[in-house]
Design a protein around this ligand. Sequence first.
Ligand code: GYE
Length: 328
Amino acid sequence: MVKRSLRKILGAVLAAVFVLALSGCGKGGEEPGDGRLVLGFSQIGSESAWRIGNTKDIEEQAEAFGIGLMLENANQKQENQIAAIRRFIAYKVDVIAFSPVVEEGWDNVLLEAKEAGIPIILVDRDINTEHQGLTTCLIGADFYKEGVMAAEYLIRKADSMGLTQVNIVEIAGTANSTPMRQRQAGFMDTIKDDSRMRVLESIDGDFLKSRGAECMRYLLEKYGDSIQVVFSHNDEMTIGAIPEIEKAGFKPGNDMIIISIDGGQEAINVLKEGKINCVVECTPKLGKALMETAIKLKNGEAVEKLIHPAEQVFSDETDVSKIEPRGY
Ligand code: GYE
């Protein structure tokens, strides 16, 4: 009971802080947001350079478009995201956007938003629901295609090295998240008809550097030098795994083919050092499309159901010294 009322008070205090922040610190009597479009955005957390770059981009674009942004960081917890969305509803923001940490479990809170007449934009990741019309659109990468591009690189690499058998370990992103599911599906669908390819094990690395290191230690202990390929669902886990491979006496990029996804600066530097072979780009720069879509929704205009940014592959097949600074 005490806990619940404390939480309520905290919620009210936070809402008040938002009002003050958006109205230019209490000029008194003015409309929240000064008549500006107010967008509530629930971010997943700060687990990766990608995520931090994504948050920064959204903040910069909100500023550039003159949109009042209420941004909440959920520290990787779905319950925090649900609570943030409820606060946005209570505050009566114009539009709510969020990046769902996992796909399931959003129906109740999204029905509440629908009842309140607040449109919802999915950013980066998708949800799984039986209800129609809970969200207006999705702005995010084509993760399936990223998995396909990673596998296509591997097939070309195996051809060029003349490999007859290819043993792969997969360090996967957060279980039940869209990028984890779709990167895996794209990759597996693409290698499945190539009889050389064998996945020794897929393991959950939760998109975290520390987990990437832990997973790699476990995989090296179990499979040792039979590992020929590490397919990691993001740069953080890859960067965590590489020192473990070196400690075990192998040369990443040489003794093992290392494939990563995201394309943040740190991973690109490691690609340039030759310790990663391929990085599939996933751009965090979704802010501009998000702001444009929020404005259209506020004006009652139709929006595109699905916006995928264009993405490319960086690999040792080309001159990597030419890669421009990444900005995240
Ligand atoms: O690849 C990873 C991040 O959802 C695309 O989440 C995003 C993924 C990204 O933490 O680094």
